[in-house]
Design a protein around this ligand. Structure first.
Ligand SMILES: [Zn+2]
Length: 63
């Protein structure tokens, strides 16, 4: 699984998401940015920032 923690991008935010694919993690994170952080326009560098912070979820990967 792939994991993104919003706190790595927005200090203090506890939201996080997991998905099999990076693309799904990005999609969910973009939705979160809109609804929780009022980011009406998601810029390309925001996408890059999200992708750069996605990491393997070690806990779930041990199968
Ligand atoms: Zn957040």
């Amino acid at each position: 699984m792939r994991l993104f923690e919003c706190g790595t991008l927005v200090p203090g935010c506890q939201w996080h998401t997991r998905a099999e694919e990076d693309a799904e993690v990005v999609r969910r994170t973009v939705e979160h940015m809109r609804t929780a952080h009022g980011e009406e326009i998601i810029r390309e560098n925001m996408i890059e920032n999200i992708k750069a912070r996605i990491r393997n979820d070690e806990g779930a990967a041990a199968a």
